[in-house]
Design a protein around this ligand. Structure first.
Ligand code: 48N
Length: 328
């Protein structure tokens, strides 16, 4: 039973306990007369005041938005690369405030299915070790393994990432620009992201001036993929801001070239911005691999290592890199 002293307030036919000092707080646990887990036609829920639902969501969402206005790492894109990166980074550095921004309502990117809408997911060795680490079963086919349904990987990595206390995910939210500043070395440095509700981002030409919001961070990891309405977002924005001369443009399918190229090419492409996953194929002009996903997992892990290196080398104050850490 809750020990909170509450003042019962009559409201229509029901009585809703509220905290004496304002916002509806934690209600006393319902007594047995109020709830009944009955499947014979008499199931009863604890009574609720509709405003409690709103306040439960608003309080949490906007508190986390306030707190994550300055993050340690922002990951753009919750596809297989972005989620693998978030998992490895959050596990390796539980002290970091990691904020994932995902444009779709449903995170997971292109990893809900294998190829041509078929359900099995192929992962080439040694990336099967990542599956073992997060607890995804697979069938061993020798040089590669097969997860019986791609959604088994994606739902597992999502649940692992969202269970991490230092990770916040804001889905249905788009990064619609990058914060770029001249840093202490006179270089153009990515220093955070510019965000908006995705439905707003997709409708800027229907209304005048729906200004965005910002999240400041010393490290941004872009994993926005190569297709979809916002694919390769950061790579394209680097070109339009003059930080990249031109897109490399993804080359044709070659599994044996593509997967090592993406993993080994995962890096800090401009100061403050690490790029991973298939977005890198558009940035670098590397081949595509088609329906094998091991490179996304390994690229995500490498991006996590790149982010940790970047942060270890940087002196950061209020989310801004103000100098390099003196070499030990
Ligand atoms: O799954 P994707 O598209 O990207 P990756 O790199 O995580 O995985 C790519 C992989 O699924 C393949 O494409 C496979 C291996 N096929 C290869 C081939 O040859 O065809 O996830 C990117 C995520 C998506 O969920 C997008 O919604 C999101 O990024 N996103 C954004 N989120 C926020 N702001 C944005 N501007 C943005 N753009 C994309």
């Amino acid at each position: 039973m809750s020990t909170t002293t509450t003042t019962a307030v009559a409201n229509g036919s029901a009585v809703y306990p509220v905290k004496a000092n304002g916002m509806n707080g934690h209600k006393a646990s319902p007594n047995d007369a109020e709830v009944l887990e009955d499947y014979t036609g008499n199931y009863k829920f604890a009574p609720i005041h509709e405003a409690e639902v709103s306040r439960a969501m608003v309080k949490r969402y906007f508190t986390q938005m306030y707190e994550r206005a300055v993050s340690d790492v922002v990951i753009v894109g919750a596809g297989s690369a972005g989620l693998s990166c978030a998992y490895h980074l959050a596990k390796s550095r539980p002290d970091l405030k990691i904020t994932i921004i995902e444009a779709s309502v449903a995170p997971g990117g292109g990893a809900w299915l294998g190829g041509q809408l078929m359900t099995a997911m192929v992962v080439r060795k040694p990336a099967d070790r990542f599956l073992t680490e997060i607890g995804v079963p697979f069938e061993d086919e020798g040089a590669f393994v097969v997860v019986k349904h791609a959604a088994l990987f994606t739902s597992t990595i999502l649940s692992r990432v969202l269970a991490m206390p230092n990770v916040v995910m804001m889905n249905a939210t788009a990064v619609e620009d990058l914060i770029v500043r001249t840093d202490f070395e006179g270089k153009q440095r990515v220093s955070g992201v510019v965000t908006n509700w995705t439905l707003v981002s997709l409708n800027h030409d229907t209304q005048s001036c729906m200004d965005p919001n910002v999240i400041v961070a010393p490290c941004v990891i872009s994993a926005t993929g190569h297709d979809g309405p916002m694919g390769a977002f950061s790579a394209k924005r680097l070109v339009s801001t003059g930080l990249l001369a031109e897109l490399g443009n993804m080359r044709g399918l070659d599994m044996n070239r593509a997967e090592p190229a993406i993993v080994n090419g995962t890096r800090e492409v401009v100061p403050g911005l690490v790029m991973c996953g298939m977005e890198l194929s558009e940035h670098d002009g590397s081949n595509r691999m088609g329906p094998t996903f091991g490179a996304m997992m390994a690229s995500g892990v490498k991006a996590a290592h790149e982010a940790m290196r970047l942060l270890d080398e940087a002196k950061v104050v209020e989310g801004k890199v103000i100098s390099k850490v003196a070499a030990a």
